[in-house]
Design a protein around this ligand. Sequence first.
Ligand code: EPZ
Length: 417
Amino acid sequence: MSKLIVAGRQKLSGATEIQGAKNSALPILAASLLAKGENVLYNCPVLSDVEASCRVLRYLGCTVSRTAHTLVIKTDGVTRGEIPEELMRKTRSSILFLGAMLAAGGSVRLSLPGGCEIGRRPIDWHLKGLRELGALITERHGRLECQAPYGLTGARISLSFPSVGATENIMIAASKANGTTTIINAAREPEITDLADYLNKCGAKIDGAGEGIVVIEGVKELRACSHTVIPDRIAAATLMSCAAVTGSRICIKNIIGSHLGAVIPVFEEAGCQIECRDGELCFAAPKRLKAFKTVRTMPYPGFPTDAQAPLLAAACTAKGTAVFVENIFENRYRHVSELARMGANIKTEGRVCVVEGVPALYGARVEATDLRGAAALVAAGLCAESVTTIGGVQYLERGYESLEQTLCSLGANVKKI
Ligand code: EPZ
């Protein structure tokens, strides 16, 4: 397994581009199954999670080819109605294929996606919504047998929580259902809007994406189209954390500032100067951050749970105490014990984490156990007094396109071995 060697006491400077959004590319890849013909997806990041979804598409009979950041997905050859366990377990977002495969007709067999490091990750709201669209789904020994013998029928679906994945699965399935579907309390993340934009380009009729109520009028046919994936707001928040923790000034290009509406003020309250104009975000951190105000993770447009770990790393050497409340996932503080090995003074109690800023962190051998926790360890390594060795780099590669190269282009000294 590869490791990252991060030299400490690094200053960053210069400008960099942001990758396309992982959490937008993944649902769009699943939805592309429904769009007949040749889909062209631009600004698609090179990530192991994206590659895993491409493997599912190929298994189902599509041809998928990549040139740099452009993916071409041809869906005319779709034949299979089942996804084998080893492919399902690769990523959580494999469950998003269920809505697409049901809408495509026929029966679907797949295993329950694995839980993951940050929590149990149930799919009960996905299945409830799809059943309300008329799907017959039986769960037996970790496998799902699903079919929609009479097609799917539009319905009024209320979500008890604005689940991103459940909203996406229902939206995809409803796009080809008979009649109209209304999703109440839908997730409002920008990735939902991007998925709706893609589907509407394919001929779907989806209104209200990004709002709490989404209305989908089912259509008979969806035709392939070309689409550019939005920038990854979490990758941007991660780079901001790296700059904040090293007292650096950097510029991040091709940003959509409104996607960082809840992130920017948190850094400003800690003493960072941020200017976001014409798709470029210029970020200047003080020598030492002031303590972050309490950070509560919430569904969009609240503070994103995926930015909690990198931000928590930046809080470790700030002046004063920061409180984090992780409201979305039940086990998303696994990076805390590793940060403590680097000298951080952190206590967790259930969903609450209290970080007492210390003057410095010290390089150590640490182990990443999930994607965003890995990013937190990289950020901490950049400001530590000496070298940090990070194991579990495969987690980082799930969601960050060569983060080490991006950081080196900004002046850091990070090597992958
Ligand atoms: C998506 O996960 C993202 N993944 C996550 O990003 C992100 O953290 C999350 O949304 C919240 O923004 C992708 O888009 C591929 P949810 P998802 O359904 O869809 C519970 C990253 O690091 N829940 O909004 O799984 C669930 O366990 C990843 O890039 C149910 O109980 O998120 C969680 O506690 C991590 N039943 C909460 O709801 C369900 O049927 C929010 O989950 C579905 C979810």
